[in-house]
Design a protein around this ligand. Structure first.
Ligand SMILES: Cc1cc2nc3c(=O)[nH]c(=O)nc-3n(C[C@H](O)[C@H](O)[C@H](O)COP(=O)(O)OP(=O)(O)OC[C@H]3O[C@@H](n4cnc5c(N)ncnc54)[C@H](O)[C@@H]3O)c2cc1C
Length: 415
């Protein structure tokens, strides 16, 4: 979703200025408002049908409170992910969420898109780290949810409601996060198999392993080739690849790498490469950046039972799709091949995948494709029963449908 050319931009420097700008708009012109951060994922969702004004969080990047001893931090939502990581690193801490293009992406954008990656298996998602927010609704009224400490508050968790809401409910201006210590060691085990069956058996074997990987990734050759070339490492790419991540003390990761290496030798692994702590950073980044859509005709994310994931990956591979799967969680990201140039061709690749995801009790959403294809391919999957409730929550928080109208594809009259 790119913003209409004519979109003006406002650049507030505080929550109060966000309130003033939204209140003036709501009581005045009632223009559509598009919250934007680093603009790395504006293509996600339906394009706005009406011109409007972009509300940029570019000037909302301060650290407000960082009691490192409490392992929490409160920052403004426009802070860039890399700058946040540098601030936390100075105290030996981090937010263990993988973000593509982290030099541009903002915390508000990561929260609004519920971005996550390989480490979600071991560390969870944004819902596990956001303990407080300050946000402003379309009428310019600020509200707070959660707090500066992990609270046992009764009632609805508005923090979680904002996560994944794509800027349609409110503009998030401040976020309080709980943090994790930076690990002494972060290593990866890159394994090539001769066939998907062997790889699937190895993943099944993991259930009985003494090791505790924080990431369990599966890649096909196409994706492995791209990820390895971006990481500038020398790793095998010709065949199904499994990649296991370990984090902790040097002793813990060394033991787990050795242990899983021995376990996998019993599991028909064809080739194994241990990626050391020094080398691992570029591979973690390359895995995170795989979601970045560039020239591909269509990028999707499917979610299904972990036990059905490799079956899905195999079907997609046979259709020429480039795949990275967070196999431990049953989440699969796929780029359709460049020779898919028509809507019909895209649908013929997607239909069997959507059916398999549904059979795996999951769904398939579209991260990015040509805008006109979105009229025929349901970006957020088939309409679900809870969407009615989403409509009502949207109507409650934004009765005039001013914030990112139509983003979820819910035409105004549906509200
Ligand atoms: C589905 C998906 C696709 C992705 N595709 C790419 C990709 O192609 N390239 C890439 O580099 N990275 C991509 N990423 C990763 C990207 O780095 C992150 O999604 C990142 O979170 C976007 O941050 P941003 O600041 O750039 O957000 P933006 O792209 O500026 O905004 C993303 C969404 O968040 C909303 N938003 C932003 N800030 C706020 C706020 N403060 N309050 C409320 N709403 C807000 C916007 O309205 C918009 O709906 C993708 C992630 C996801 C989940």
């Amino acid at each position: 979703m790119s913003l209409p050319e004519t979109t003006d931009e406002i650049l507030p420097t505080s929550t109060d200025e966000v309130c003033a700008a939204l209140a003036e708009n709501a009581s005045g012109e009632q223009r559509a408002v598009f919250p934007v951060g680093g603009r790395t994922a504006l293509h996600y969702g339906y394009a706005p049908q009406t011109p409007g004004v972009a509300l940029s969080t570019h000037n909302l990047h301060r650290v407000i409170d960082y009691p490192a001893r409490d392992m929490t931090i409160t920052v403004e939502a426009g802070i860039c992910i890399d700058n946040l990581a540098d601030t936390l690193k100075a105290e030996g801490q981090r937010l263990p969420i993988d973000v593509a293009q982290s030099s541009r992406a903002t915390l508000g954008g990561v929260l609004a898109t519920d971005t996550n990656g390989a480490r979600r298996f071991g560390f969870g998602t944004m819902r596990d780290y956001v303990i407080g927010i300050t946000a402003v609704d379309a009428a310019g009224k600020p509200f707070h949810a959660g707090g500066r400490v992990v609270k046992n508050v009764a009632g609805y968790d508005l923090c979680k409601l904002m996560i994944g809401s794509l800027g349609t409910l409110a503009v998030v201006t401040e976020v309080t996060l709980k943090l994790k210590p930076l690990p002494e060691s972060s290593t990866l085990l890159w394994c090539r198999f001769d066939g998907w069956q062997d790889l699937d058996a190895a993943l099944e074997g993991l259930l009985r392993s003494d090791t505790r990987p924080v990431a369990v990734e599966a890649l096909n050759s196409e994706a492995a080739h791209d990820v390895v070339s971006e990481s500038r490492l020398e790793l095998p790419t010709n065949g199904p690849i499994a990649c296991f991540g370990f984090e902790g003390t040097q002793r813990e990761t060394d033991w787990q790498m050795e242990r899983l290496t021995n376990e996998l030798k019993q599991a028909n692994v064809a080739e194994l490469a241990q990626v050391s702590h020094e080398q691992s950073e570029s591979l973690w980044f390359a895995l995170a950046d795989f979601a970045v859509t560039s020239e591909e005709p269509l990028t999707f994310q499917a979610a299904l039972r972990p036990s059905r994931t490799i079956e899905f990956v195999k079907l997609a591979t046979d259709a020429g799709v480039s795949i990275v799967a967070h196999a431990g969680d049953g989440v699969v990201i796929g780029h359709l091949p460049d020779d898919v140039t028509t809507l019909e061709a895209a649908q013929s690749v997607l239909d069997p995948l959507q059916q398999m995801a549904a059979r795996g009790d999951g769904d398939l959403i579209i991260f990015d494709c040509a805008e006109d294809w979105k009229q025929s391919i349901p970006v957020f999957g088939e309409r679900m029963t809870h969407w009615g409730l989403m409509d009502k929550i949207k109507q409650q928080l934004d009765p005039n449908n001013l914030l990112n109208p139509g983003r979820f594809g819910l035409p105004a009259e549906a509200i």
